[in-house]
Write a protein that binds this ligand. Structure first.
Ligand code: BGC
Length: 498
């Protein structure tokens, strides 16, 4: 009887451990404790989340302005980005924070409708252009490199009218915008990110009704959006290389986000298939040797589409022309990493027919053993970060990776020890990956400031600096993590004693 009980207890321990074997919520330190000499540290924000001045000086409306105004009940605290951290008015406060942090670069985004209120380039707004010129010039004057995102979700209403990323028209609409950005700012901006997080844009806004434009057409609208977005990105890269690179000598990339996956049954095929769906869908067309969508997706979604009686696949191949435009269309991969998931293949078909969920067909769960942030989806899984970087090294020819976002949310305490712990373990993950041959050249913390967290309003705080939201002067106060990050930058290592 006792031996049976002991056997059961050991069995439980081992099965728990077979999950533990994949990661245990912490990370080992491996190799050199120093980041390479030319490694760059920065912080990130985005226009809608910090600028405010939503209709100041002739700015036009974006889909996030419209959405938050029409559906305040869909934002956790009913707020919006109308004034946010007021960076449009108070950029000098941001500059001071950036200088105090000692960052090498600052990643921010341009609000398309601040410089082209309708989205079209004939609606030029000089005041908006002046604002970004001022930001860029002041950064450079202080030795901080601008890293500029062209599109961080705030599509002009005037462009969305015609379908946004669900209409191929977006290719020329975006190209016109991008060309103006290169002309206006490319003499000083040397690192461009075309688009932030296609996964959020296409799944959130076109596959579901989580975000504007609320297309809610999973399994069709999301793939249409991915396809057009990849064309936009590829064409923008080609435009830069053919017309601007010779003079401006900058780099152009895209910021992808992915939750790394661990298989609950330790099944490597599941991990690879899941990552092809969650990440390869975007990374394979741009960074793989052959281009186009991952073969497994073309095959599986093609087959499901035929079974549904369709004449065409819901995810058609990009075709010879676009495959060649998009393949190799990036000088680096921007990577936003926050968390990892567990997956388990589903025995029953999941979700609606058709849907991305049904095509993907995994049950994915968060790892509740790991520390949880204020955001419901964010658990600290640093091993997933290291594994993801190694996956990129192995599957995408060790392309240069710039971490363009990584961060932790809480309720806003200035003594933010858990954020510091998250940064320690995640910086260690990056360092381990570098020590293991991964070509990671930059790390960008999200975020410089507490800001408008889209659906979560101002409830979730991601900043190294707190913002006094009740004061018109929106004073910024460094949190303990700001001092920690300053030390990281100064020492090029992780101050474990902090
Ligand atoms: C986005 C940011 C956002 C962060 C935290 C990322 O997906 O790029 O805009 O604030 O996640 O939610």
């Amino acid at each position: 009887m006792w031996s049976l009980l002991i056997f059961v207890i050991i069995g439980l321990f081992v099965s728990q451990n077979s999950v533990d074997a994949t990661h245990n919520c912490t990370i080992l330190t491996k190799g050199s404790p120093y980041f390479p000499k030319n490694f760059k540290f920065g912080v990130a924000t985005s226009a809608y989340q910090i600028e405010g001045g939503w209709n100041a000086d002739g700015k036009g409306p974006s889909i996030w302005d419209d959405y938050t105004h029409h559906y305040p009940e869909r934002i956790t605290d009913g707020t919006n980005g109308d004034s946010a951290a007021e960076s449009y008015r108070l950029f000098d406060l941001d500059l001071k924070a950036l200088k105090d942090l000692g960052v090498h670069h600052y990643r921010f985004s341009i609000a398309w409708t601040r410089i082209f209120p309708t989205g079209y380039i004939n609606s030029k707004n000089q005041k908006g252009i002046d604002y970004y010129n001022d930001v860029i010039d002041k950064l450079l004057a202080n030795g901080i490199e601008p890293m500029v995102t062209m599109y961080h979700w705030d599509m002009p209403v005037g462009i969305q009218k015609f379908g946004g990323f669900s209409n191929t028209l977006i290719i020329e609409q975006f190209l016109d915008y991008a060309e103006e950005l290169f002309k206006l700012f490319g003499d000083r901006v040397k690192t461009w990110i075309t688009i932030n997080e296609p996964n959020e844009i296409c799944k959130g806004g076109y596959g579901t009704a989580r975000s504007p434009p609320l297309l809610n057409a999973s399994g069709v609208g999301d793939y249409m959006c991915f396809t057009n977005l990849l064309k936009v990105h590829g064409a923008t890269y080609r435009l830069y290389r053919s017309k601007f690179f010779e003079k401006q000598r900058g780099q152009v990339g895209i910021s992808l986000n992915v939750d790394y996956v661990f298989s609950q049954t330790n099944n490597t095929n599941d991990v690879n298939r899941a990552l092809d769906y969650e990440f390869g869908l975007l990374a394979h067309p741009i960074y793989s040797k052959f281009g186009d969508f991952p073969p497994i997706l073309l095959k599986e979604i093609g087959k499901s589409s035929r079974n549904e009686g369709r004449k065409r696949s819901r995810l058609p191949s990009l075709g010879t022309y676009w495959t060649s435009v998009i393949k190799g269309s990036a000088d680096f991969m921007g990577m936003n990493y926050y968390t990892s998931m567990f997956i388990n293949s589903s025995t029953e078909p999941r979700g609606e027919n058709p849907s991305y969920e049904r095509d993907y067909n995994y049950v994915s769960t968060v790892d509740t053993r790991c520390p949880k942030a204020k955001s419901f989806w964010l658990y600290a899984v640093p091993q997933g970060f290291e594994d993801l970087l190694k996956y990129i090294r192995d599957h995408y020819d060790n392309v240069e990776v710039k971490i363009t976002e990584n961060g932790w949310s809480d309720s806003g305490d200035l003594d933010d020890n858990m954020r510091i712990k998250y940064y320690k373990t995640h910086l260690q993950a990056v360092l381990n990956a570098i020590n293991d041959g991964c070509n990671v050249t930059a790390y960008t913390a999200w975020s410089l400031l507490d800001n408008f967290q889209f659906h979560a309003g101002f409830i979730e705080h991601f900043g190294l600096y707190a913002v006094n939201m009740t004061s018109p002067n929106r004073e910024r106060t460094p949190k303990k993590s700001a001092h920690f990050y300053n030390k990281v930058i100064k020492t090029r290592s992780i101050p474990y004693d902090f």
